[in-house]
Structures are given as structure tokens and as C-alpha cells.
Design a protein around this ligand. Structure first.
Ligand SMILES: Cc1cc2nc3c(=O)[nH]c(=O)nc-3n(C[C@H](O)[C@H](O)[C@H](O)COP(=O)(O)OP(=O)(O)OC[C@H]3O[C@@H](n4cnc5c(N)ncnc54)[C@H](O)[C@@H]3O)c2cc1C
Ligand SMILES: NC(=O)c1ccc[n+]([C@@H]2O[C@H](COP(=O)([O-])OP(=O)(O)OC[C@H]3O[C@@H](n4cnc5c(N)ncnc54)[C@H](O)[C@@H]3O)[C@@H](O)[C@H]2O)c1
Length: 450
């Protein structure tokens, strides 16, 4: 077996697989190193199992709505959590097997080893040394735990997916994507949930008004949202834990503590110093818009870089890179101002483009016009549910180019993609206004903000 390739890919997650497959389709000889499960974070402990759990929580809410429509749904509809987990695993196994088949068909050599650089274009993989003119680093990231006493008593998102029964009382620390999503899922599936965030709101990197509306939804869902909360220490308390805080508030007891305070790049053991690849202060690999590092022939995509830690960002940039290296197309280039993203809260939160504050900082407050709508969506309203949907357009300039769409409410997760196309096409507010509405929907409100 030859150890010389056109491309060596480190990591068989979202970015690695996408890059390897596209390169092989262009005729490149590809080796992909993956010591763990082919599919990486998204398939095994990220987007896929998370969305299945979110859907389960959504179904629980639909059952509650069904009662208000007159269906004789009993008050308690028990969930067989372990049966759900078994189904979830079956779905994941299918996805992994499909990737395995695809790699096999395309002749991609799968090497079940950690890789590290021995020199530019030289990768040590177990007992082998592989060589290639191009190396793609797609080694992703891992969750971080805080450096405080008792931190190891908590679990992270991997630990959440390992749960085999619903925990009774859960404390979640961290108000980013994972904290918000798992708070909603656990509450939706019956746990008592308290979410502790450091600042004044959850999702601090999103448009500020989304944070306000999300807080209302969380409280309506029965989640205890505690702002300005800094955990100082964690102690064991019987079968559970007790959280101590930096201020003088009372300790908080929970059966399960879940840390969701961010993820760090998995780049430490790659031997990058040996080849001189530049990293940011946070340890992420620094790449340019074309995914090149500062070392010729070494490229990087996905969570190991400073780019948005989202699966579509990893896959699209990896395919774009493979198109440039082995094909003839210019290939996809990520525009940081055009990243659509959904936080699977209950209801979901969806966003593309600039927040109002970011638009003001960039163009000046006088140039920015925000348009908003808030209403009670029909599905819940007929049963007396007070939940609201919030929609916001951020527009800039005299011609009101739409630079941001921000939404929180039922079904906005499925509404965003088409509006992301509109933003990319350079739509003006006048284009929204001139588009015929679809009635009765929630989405129509975005074209009715006259
Ligand atoms: C709980 C959770 C939920 C998420 N939900 C979403 C979502 O809904 N939507 C979304 O877009 N994104 C979501 N994400 C983010 C998404 O999972 C990541 O952005 C995506 O997986 C990044 O892909 P990647 O290829 O960079 O890394 P990964 O998918 O993490 O793959 C990296 C792979 O590299 C391997 N590896 C590590 N070191 C080496 C080495 N030295 N040699 C060889 N292989 C190595 C690892 O084993 C791993 O399999 C979620 C993440 C989490 C944690
Ligand atoms: N739906 C999705 O697309 C999705 C879902 C999950 C994760 N992801 C991706 O994975 C990344 C990682 O998710 P995450 O939620 O772990 O990180 P995150 O960066 O989204 O959120 C972490 C939060 O924890 C806070 N924090 C940091 N240190 C803290 C501390 N000591 N105490 C309390 N709070 C602290 C941060 O201020 C931040 O708000 C996300 O940024 C996102 O890119 C995406």
C-alpha cells in the first residue's frame, strides 16, 4: 500500500468528510484519518442527536396543544427515554454507514488513527508516515470545563447524550447555543431546569432583542433563567451537586449539572509548532478566506479554525477548497456577514446577517432602520397560549438594503433559509414589501412590514 497521496485529511467529521469526498470526486487520491467515529461531532454528539431530542420535546408540546384543540390526550404521556435513545442511535448508525459506503466507493483510504505533523506534507499515523502536497486539518473541537473546584462533577453535551433516563433537576451553566438548546429540550421532556448565564441575557452574540424574547419564552416554558450568575465551586450533595456562586446568593442544588460554556479547538496535539502553522490566542488555526494557513500546502476548515462553528460552514468551505485544489471552479468562499443560523430553543431562534447593534457600529446609527413585528401565532393562540413570535429586519441606507433578519418563534427555523437567499441576492426592503404574502402564515409578516 502506497503512503503517497494528493490530499491527507485530518479528521472525519463534517468538514473532513465533505472535503475528502469532493477531492476524490475530482480524481484526487485521498487519505482520511479518523481515530473515532466517522461523522464527527455533528453526527454523533451534535446536530443530529440534538435535533432528534429537540423534535421529541416539540412533539411533547404538540401533545399539549392537541388537548386545547379538543383531542382527548391524557395529562401524562410518559416518554420511554431509552427507546428514544435507541431509535436515535439507529438513525446515527445509518448516517455513519452511508459515509463509510461513500468513502469506499470513491476509493478514499480511511485510516483509524490520530494524525500529527512530522513536517510539511508528512503525517505520522500510528506506524505509518503518509505524504501529500496538501493536508486539510479538520479536527474540530471539544467542550471546555471551567477551572474551579468540583467542575468535574458536571457533564458536558457528550454527557447529555449519554443519559439513559430523564434527570429530575438539572442546572445548566452557559447561555450560548448548547446551554439554551439543552435547557429547552430537557424542560420540554419533563425535567426541572435552571439556566445560569454570566451576562444579562442568553445568546449574547445575537441581536439583543432576540435575547429579550427568548427570555420570555424560557420563563413561559418554566425554565429558571438566572442572569449575572458566576459559579464559584461545585460540591457533591448526596446523589446530586450543589453550586456555589461568587455573590452571596444561596447555593443551588441539582441532580445533574451540565456545563455549556463553550468549546475549544482540537489542535494541541497536531505538531503544528513543528511546521509553523499560526494559531490565534484561543488556539484556533488562523486561515484566510480561501482556507489557507500561513504554511503553503496546509489548509484548515471547521471548528478548529476561527470561522463560525457550524456544520454547513465546515462542509461548504471544505468543498470550496477541494474545488480550488483539484477542480476548476473558484469554489465556495465564506462571507461572515451571510451566515444563517438557528438555535433550537423552544420556540426556535433564527438569524442571518448583522444585528442592529453591529449594523449601527459599522454604518452609523442614522443609516440603520429596524422594522419589527410581534404577534401570537395561530397554532397556540386558539388555545389561549400567550407565546409570541418576534420578527425583525435590519436595513441600511436610503434604499434600505436588508442586512439582517432575526426571528424568534414557532417554525422560524424553517423560515430562515429562503430569507438568507434574499439577503445574499442583495434584497431591499422594497423587494420584501413588493412580494405577495402567503396567508395565513407567520412568514407573511416579514413581507407585510409596510
Ligand atoms: C451539542 C452540539 C450541537 C450542535 N448542533 C449544531 C447544529 O444544530 N447545527 C450546526 O450547524 N452545528 C451544530 N453544532 C456544531 C457542529 O457539530 C460543528 O460545527 C461541526 O461538527 C464541525 O465540524 P468539523 O469537521 O470542524 O469537526 P468535527 O465534526 O468535530 O470532526 C472532527 C473530527 O476530527 C477527529 N480528530 C481530532 N483530532 C484528530 C487528529 N489528530 N487526527 C485525525 N482526526 C482527528 C475527531 O475524532 C473528530 O471526529 C453542534 C455542536 C454540538 C457540540
Ligand atoms: N444550532 C446550532 O447551530 C448549534 C448548536 C450547538 C452548538 N453549536 C456551535 O457550537 C459552538 C459551541 O457551543 P457552546 O454553547 O458550547 O458555546 P457558545 O460559545 O455558543 O456559548 C458559550 C457561552 O458560555 C459563556 N461562558 C463562557 N465561560 C463561562 C463561564 N465560566 N461561566 C458561565 N458562562 C460562561 C459564554 O459567554 C457563552 O455565552 C457554538 O458557538 C456554535 O457555533 C451550534
Amino acid at each position: 500500500m502506497s503512503d503517497a497521496f494528493d490530499l491527507i485529511v485530518l479528521g472525519g467529521g463534517s468538514g473532513g468528510i465533505a472535503g475528502a469526498i469532493r477531492a476524490a470526486r475530482h480524481g484526487a487520491r485521498v487519505a482520511m484519518l479518523e481515530p473515532g467515529n466517522l461523522g464527527g461531532t455533528c453526527v454523533h454528539v451534535g446536530c443530529v442527536p440534538k435535533k432528534i431530542m429537540w423534535l421529541a420535546a416539540d412533539i411533547a408540546q404538540t401533545l399539549a396543544y392537541a388537548r386545547t384543540y379538543g383531542f382527548a390526550v391524557p395529562d401524562a404521556v410518559p416518554l420511554d427515554w431509552s427507546a428514544l435513545v435507541a431509535r436515535r442511535q439507529g438513525y446515527i448508525d445509518n448516517a455513519r454507514n452511508a459515509y463509510l459506503r461513500r468513502c469506499h466507493e470513491l476509493g478514499i483510504e480511511l485510516v483509524p488513527e490520530y494524525g500529527r505533523f512530522d513536517g510539511p506534507g508528512r503525517i505520522v499515523a500510528g506506524t505509518r508516515t503518509l505524504t501529500a502536497p496538501h493536508v486539510l486539518i479538520a479536527t474540530g473541537g471539544h467542550s471546555v470545563l471551567p477551572a474551579l473546584p468540583g467542575a468535574a462533577l458536571g457533564i458536558d453535551s457528550n454527557g447529555f447524550f449519554a443519559l439513559r433516563a430523564a434527570p429530575r433537576r438539572v442546572a445548566i451553566v452557559g447561555g450560548g447555543y448548547i446551554g439554551v438548546e439543552l435547557a429547552g429540550v430537557l424542560r420540554g421532556l419533563g425535567s426541572t431546569v435552571d439556566l445560569f448565564v454570566r451576562g444579562q441575557r442568553a445568546l449574547p452574540s445575537f441581536d439583543a432583542e432576540l435575547g429579550t424574547h427568548l427570555a420570555d419564552s424560557m420563563r413561559a416554558q418554566g425554565i429558571g433563567l438566572h442572569v449575572a450568575s458566576e459559579v464559584r465551586a461545585v460540591e457533591r450533595d448526596g446523589d446530586g451537586v450543589r453550586l456555589q456562586f461568587s455573590d452571596d446568593r444561596a447555593a443551588h442544588r441539582a441532580d445533574v449539572l451540565l456545563w455549556a460554556i463553550g468549546r475549544a479547538p482540537s489542535a494541541g496535539a497536531l505538531g503544528l509548532d513543528r511546521v509553523g502553522v499560526r494559531r490565534s490566542d484561543s488556539g484556533h488555526i488562523v486561515v484566510d478566506a480561501l482556507q489557507a494557513t500561513n504554511v503553503p500546502g496546509i489548509h484548515a476548515v471547521g471548528d478548529v479554525t476561527t470561522q463560525p462553528a457550524l456544520t454547513p460552514a465546515a462542509t461548504a468551505t471544505a468543498r470550496g477548497l477541494a474545488d480550488r485544489l483539484f477542480g476548476t471552479a473558484p469554489g465556495f468562499v465564506l462571507d461572515p456577514d451571510q451566515v444563517p443560523t438557528v438555535v433550537f430553543s423552544h420556540p426556535p431562534t433564527a438569524s442571518v446577517g448583522l444585528s442592529e447593534d453591529d449594523a449601527c457600529a459599522r454604518f452609523g446609527r442614522g443609516a440603520v432602520h429596524a422594522h419589527r413585528r410581534s404577534f401570537r401565532p395561530m397554532r397556540g393562540a386558539i388555545g389561549g397560549d400567550e407565546a409570541r413570535t418576534f420578527l425583525k429586519l435590519v436595513c441600511v441606507g436610503d434604499d434600505e438594503r436588508v442586512l439582517g433578519v432575526h426571528m424568534h418563534g414557532a417554525q422560524v427555523d424553517e423560515m430562515l433559509q429562503g430569507f438568507a437567499v434574499a439577503l445574499r441576492a442583495g434584497a431591499r426592503k422594497a423587494d420584501f414589501d413588493a412580494t405577495l404574502a402567503i396567508h395565513p402564515t407567520a412568514a407573511e409578516e416579514l413581507v407585510l412590514m409596510h
